[in-house]
Design a protein around this ligand. Structure first.
Ligand SMILES: [Zn+2]
Length: 189
């Protein structure tokens, strides 16, 4: 009985001691590795990391499209010592609007619609007749044209059901409106 009572206690104690040793070993390993720039995520809470000096700067390109007021953003990492020469080589349409230790913001405005509003058209029934919008939603700001002569009641059932939900057309900006024209020709016949 004495031995049986002692055994589970010893097991728990052994596990706790082993866990303690393991944590100590990991912390020690972390301590030596951090000089080499290597870190072990598990031990991070136990060892304070120095904030590393970043070798690169994030350059963010912000394009505003004047006709729809949409904005697109891309970014790339530039080596810190190349930033000044990089900024001097980019096209004059970009202007640097913000610069701090962590990044540079470049802004340009294009007098056109954004890629989304340039490439997509929605043909949909609106107030009993066909209307065509830029983009993928019937947003009144992007109504291109209404066709009061193409009435809902005159359409075939299949076409009417489709245009109630809206029919999307996407293509290159120079081609998409021609596709819309051909589609509308097809449903009038
Ligand atoms: Zn847009």
């Amino acid at each position: 009985m004495e031995k049986r009572r002692g055994t589970p206690y010893k097991k728990v104690l052994t596990v706790l001691v082993l866990l303690g040793i393991l944590t100590g070993v990991l912390a020690a390993v972390q301590f030596f590795l951090k000089d080499l720039g290597i870190s072990i995520p598990f031990v991070l809470p136990f060892v304070r990391q120095p904030v590393p000096e970043t070798a690169s700067v994030k350059v963010t390109f912000v394009t505003r499209y004047a006709k729809c007021d949409d904005v697109t953003t891309t970014s790339e990492e530039i080596s810190r010592d190349r930033v000044e020469s990089f900024i001097s080589t980019i096209s004059g349409e970009w202007s640097a609007v913000g610069k701090d230790g962590s990044g540079v913001q470049l802004l340009r405005t294009i007098d056109d619609y954004c890629p989304h509003h340039s490439r997509t058209r929605l043909i949909i029934l609106n107030r009993g007749h066909v209307a065509v919008y830029r983009g993928t939603t019937p947003d009144p700001r992007f109504l291109i044209k209404e066709y009061p002569d193409i009435r809902e009641s005159a359409l075939e059932e299949k076409c009417r059901d489709l245009l109630k939900k809206g029919y999307l057309i996407e293509d290159e900006p120079a081609l998409v409106d021609e596709k819309v024209r051909l589609y509308l020709e097809g449903i009038i016949d």
